[in-house]
Design a binder for this molecule. Sequence first.
Ligand SMILES: *Cc1c(COP(=O)(O)O)cnc(C)c1O
Length: 230
Amino acid sequence: MLLTNYKEVEERVRKAASRVNRDPSEVTLIAVSKTKPNEMIQTLYDNGVREFGENYVQELHTKMEELPEDINWHMIGHLQRNKVKYVVGKVSMIHSVDSIRLAKAISDEAVKKNVIVEILLEVNVGLEENKFGFKVEEVEDAVCEIATFPNIVIKGLMTSAPYVMNSEENRPIFKKLKELLVDINGKNIHNVSMSVLSMGMTNDFEIAIEEGATHVRVGTAIFGERNYNR
Ligand SMILES: *Cc1c(COP(=O)(O)O)cnc(C)c1O
């Protein structure tokens, strides 16, 4: 099941990319393994999968200790400043940087550990309440400021679109994030050249790819439904 699911998602990624004449290798498929057991991750790993996404620091920390070292972990969930030390130097990218203070804390920890951290700024494009992220109009100033922090590289932008019945409804959100990235790159901000667009989940990753996603974060379509009260 698991492997079949993964291969199916890969195939859908490939087809979506082809529809808009993109090279499928431009799109990184991140298997979002939150709440799922190590055995499932190991099975995918044994079949060559290396990119995994997690939301919760404690869970990520435990899995990292128990699973192979060459997994590329992506931190995609809300990160508190007091937990930054558990992810800096350990994950390959932090997708969910949603405040300047958090970026500063990451930078401080990166300096302390003498590592460079790649981050994305999370943008709440849909202006959903109870969702983290910068507002669209805040992003440029945030980029300017964060770009001056040492040992941190802003690789791009991330968003989560709302759950909708028809994924086409989310297309404008993905378009907007891409536009924002292109706009900000065009301002020639010192040290800033963003290339990553992390957008698209189980329900809408094909639309996101058509609109330029370079990283899609897919959980349910690979691992099945999550059960939070195990
Ligand atoms: C859980 C989660 C995903 C994966 O969601 P699915 O709908 O299961 O594919 C992607 N991104 C973020 C930020 C998440 O929290």
